[in-house]
Design a protein around this ligand. Structure first.
Ligand code: ADE
Length: 349
């Protein structure tokens, strides 16, 4: 990742470009925080073109915070019908009721206070704060993350909240007094120039001079969104056989997961104690004490082991073809995968 020190260089060109090129959108004709709030909540999960009509109709029906607080739920949902994510509408009303009950005439002028309200998260608090109140509170959405990661050839996962926080802080530092235009300019750049699909219009971009991925022609690589991996869950019963101060281990196959490492005896399902006893009986192991050794979970990249452990103190020798290792050998000689760490530590402690 390439981080140039003076991100400040983008502020002026971006805002100048926005003031010349911005789209004429209904919520850009007002500085009423109520109206801006409604627009930002609608825009969070819906396209600009779809929001326009709803926005006008909603505000005609409910022009003030008081109207929203008083509206019947049926009427509210009718106004929202077709927009989807109906909890957004219910939260708007809840929020309006809360403010009215507390004798407040509008949303608070404070990022932290905004975030305490129903339906207002970091993005909405940032956008309402900067657009309606000129607070230095960046609004970090998918558009802004796309722009920022391309500028810096930043290959961090944008689904990681640390990345959002990082850009919040970086943008906060370079926010001009006209926070509103700055916030909207970033959104506008993402919507009109720094496009997500197909070819971005870099020739028209006011900040391409600063863009590392434009310079290196790596734009298509950003943003990085790590796919959520669906892991296969494998249930296992781990048997820690002990005899005369020695512990039974076996070598894993030379191919595949944890190839050639050593592990405790295990069975590929979660067995109850009675089932373990039966299993031992089948192996002609009868002279032992059994102790529940607790559950453990280990996460690999594509597999999760959900383990149930038992410690089996054998009171006589058995014929299983296993390696019998002392505590010292478990620690120093054999490589036991981390997946077994909980059980290993219990033995060694
Ligand atoms: N998307 C979210 N907020 C927006 C705004 N204020 N203008 C345009 N697009 C947006």
């Amino acid at each position: 990742m390439m981080m140039r020190s003076n991100l400040q260089e983008i502020t002026k060109p971006l805002v100048n470009w926005f003031q010349k090129e911005k789209r004429d959108l209904p919520w850009r004709h007002t500085s009423d925080s109520y109206k801006i709030w409604i627009s930002e909540i609608m825009l969070q999960q819906t396209r600009v073109e779809a929001v326009k009509g709803y926005y006008e109709r909603f505000l005609q029906a409910l022009p003030t915070l008081e109207d929203l607080a008083k509206v019947k739920e049926d009427e509210l949902l009718k106004l929202w019908e077709g927009l989807g994510y109906y909890s957004r509408a219910k939260n708007l009303k809840k929020c309006a009721e809360l403010l009215i009950q507390n004798n407040l005439k509008e949303l608070p002028h404070d990022y932290i206070e905004l975030m305490k309200l129903p339906g207002i998260g970091p993005y909405a608090a940032g956008s309402i704060g900067s657009i309606a109140y000129q607070l230095k509170t960046p609004a970090i959405d998918g558009n802004v993350l796309r722009v920022m990661t391309r500028l810096h050839e930043d290959d961090r996962d944008i689904l990681n909240s640390k990345v959002r926080k990082d850009y919040f802080e970086k943008l906060q530092k370079i926010m001009p007094d006209n926070s509103r235009d700055f916030t909207e300019s970033l959104m506008e750049l993402g919507a009109l120039i720094c496009l997500p699909n197909g070819v971005p219009l870099c020739e028209k971009c006011p900040i391409s001079f600063y863009c590392q991925s434009y310079k290196n022609q790596t734009i298509h690589k950003y943003p990085v969104k790590k796919k959520e991996v669906k892991r296969k869950i494998e249930e296992k019963t781990i048997l820690i056989l002990e005899y005369n101060g020695l512990y039974a281990i076996q070598k894993r196959p030379s191919k595949g997961l944890l190839a050639s490492m050593y592990e405790f005896l295990n069975i590929s399902s979660n067995l109850q104690e009675s089932e373990v006893k039966k299993w031992l009986e089948d192996k002609k192991i009868t002279d032992y004490q059994i102790e529940d050794f607790g559950s453990a979970k280990h996460i690999f990249s594509h597999i999760e082991w959900h383990m149930k452990g038992y410690r089996i103190k054998c009171l006589s020798k058995n014929n299983l073809d296993l390696i019998w290792a002392s505590k010292e050998e478990l620690e120093k000689k054999y490589s036991i995968p981390n997946a077994y760490i909980k059980y290993l530590n219990k033995i060694l402690s």
